[in-house]
Design a protein around this ligand. Structure first.
Ligand code: ATP
Ligand code: MG
Length: 462
């Protein structure tokens, strides 16, 4: 455990109490973000890996129990403290059972809260094997091993389900490592064809002539080396699904043949005149911009439209950072089962998680998977993975830069909210640099100290 300032999310709908506590916690070196409702708290948790969440149990709307549930589900290593309203023991016990570290009863002295926080961190530090850390991933967040619950991923699940019920041709686009093949398999497994084969063929991995033979098969003596007749992947996939990966790399001649297969559902093996009729569902994937290829003459327009009956786009990981903690838990669980002896209960420290969430991930989920694997290998016998176990470029990810640099208009984008986050990040950064000293932070920002304090109050309030 490092002694870096702790990031704390304070949730209470009573503004006066919350602001008073927030201010004093700030004086004690905590970086405090305030939320006046459970809904806001859950949004904040999606954006940032806090070290600790302190929440009132009774909130209008989404209650504190749900906040704790979401916090722990996402970050098994977070310290959760609940504030119980009327000192009802039962609520407190329930919260502890749920995984909260401790509780405090209203009204309380500020020092009592400091004490509860201190001992919760101590308790966590001392606990080497932590079983609540093994909180299970919920099945509802996954369709066939696809993990995610960000808005784009929830929309994707919906789309995958809808598409699975049809036999339409699908075109999956997305950067490398975003899960295109995973999505294709998910469609197959959720479809009526799931009892039949899912046959994958990577068009960029095999030379042109071989690709044609792979796809259509051939008769004996069809070309040099064709010593016996062979069935192609199309036939193998009959009544099932054919996954054509990197379809943008296909030659014009093959594109023409593929078009016929899709339109007529028929083809011939190479060197044969006998026409074979098949029933396959084609799912194509590409990380190229096919539309641009079409414009440049590199891809047949008619084939493009035949493939693109249902387009599915997989968003890059940097546009759904809130899925990172879930993905990390998913990979940790799978990989620690695979090591022998199994290493259960391994988690990432919150600071390490913050770096993961701040990094840009050019290699998307595959790269994240590799980083988790590497970190696990570099931390034998330990139950907590820390910043030092991450690759240098991930270590250097600037955890406070997030909202400013990486803008994208999500469906629920709000200008004011975005600007609020940038301001908050800027002030947070200055406070980080000055070890929480507001006067020095104000100097760095060329603001008056009182202006800074006012801004902080306003920003954390709305
Ligand atoms: N949402 C996800 N949940 C769990 N695992 C995922 C997810 N997305 C991707 N992965 C994992 O990341 C790796 C890469 O996924 P996949 O091979 O499907 O990507 P891809 O888009 O086909 O990449 P490429 O363009 O490089 O072929 C796989 O190991 C896959 O299991
Ligand atoms: Mg792939």
């Amino acid at each position: 455990m490092t002694d870096a300032p702790k990031h704390l999310l304070l949730v209470d709908d009573e503004a006066a109490l919350r602001e008073a506590i927030g201010e004093r916690l700030g004086d004690h070196g905590y970086h405090v973000v305030q939320a006046d409702s459970g809904e806001v708290a859950i949004d904040r948790l999606a954006e940032f890996a806090f070290d600790v969440v302190v929440t009132d149990l009774r909130l209008p709307g989404v209650d504190g129990r749900r906040v704790i549930e979401v916090a722990l589900e996402r970050y098994p290593d977070i310290v959760a403290i609940v504030i119980t309203g009327y000192g009802t023991v039962k609520d407190a016990v329930d919260a502890i059972k749920q995984g909260a570290a401790d509780f405090i009863t209203k009204p309380f002295q500020f020092d009592a809260l400091l004490h509860v926080l201190g001992s919760a961190f101590e308790q966590r530090r001392l606990r080497s094997e932590n079983d609540y850390l093994r909180s299970q991933l919920r099945e509802r967040y996954r369709i066939d091993g696809i993990v995610g619950h960000s808005r784009p991923m929830r929309e994707l699940f919906q789309l995958l389900e809808t598409v699975a019920a049809t036999s339409s041709t699908v075109l999956i686009t997305g950067e490398t490592g975003t899960g295109k093949e995973l999505a294709a398999r998910a469609i197959h497994h959720a479809s009526a064809r799931h009892g039949q084969r899912f046959v994958a063929l990577n068009c960029s991995a095999i030379p042109e002539t071989l690709l044609e033979a792979e796809l259509f098969g051939h008769v004996r003596g069809a070309f040099t080396g064709a010593v016996s007749a062979r069935q192609g992947r199309l036939e193998t996939a009959n009544r099932g699904t054919l996954f054509l990966d990197e379809v943008g790399t296909m030659s014009p001649a093959l594109q023409a043949k593929l078009l016929r297969v899709i339109q007529e559902r028929e083809f011939e093996r190479i060197g044969d005149s006998h026409t074979i009729r098949i029933d396959v569902r084609v799912i194509a994937a590409t990380h190229d911009d096919l539309k641009q290829l079409v414009a440049g003459g590199g891809f047949r327009e008619d084939l493009y439209y035949r493939l693109n009956v249902i387009p599915i786009h997989l968003p890059p990981l940097r546009e759904r950072r809130e899925d990172i903690p879930l993905l990390v838990q998913h990979f940790l669980q799978r990989m620690s089962r695979e090591t022998s002896p199994p290493r259960t209960g391994v988690t990432f420290s919150q600071e390490a998680m913050r770096r993961l969430m701040a990094y840009g991930w050019p290699g998307n989920v595959r790269q994240l998977e590799n980083v988790v694997e590497r970190a696990l290998a570099l931390s034998p016998g330990r139950s907590q993975i820390d910043v030092a176990d991450l690759p240098p470029d991930v270590q250097q990810a600037d955890t406070l830069e997030g909202p400013g640099i990486d803008w994208f208009a999500e469906p629920d984008f709000s200008y004011d909210e975005h600007v609020r986050r940038i301001e908050l990040a800027l002030i947070d950064r200055a406070l980080e640099r000055t070890g929480g000293n507001k006067r020095q932070a104000a100097e760095l920002l060329r603001l008056k100290r009182t202006t800074l304090i006012e801004k902080l109050k306003r920003l954390q309030r709305d």
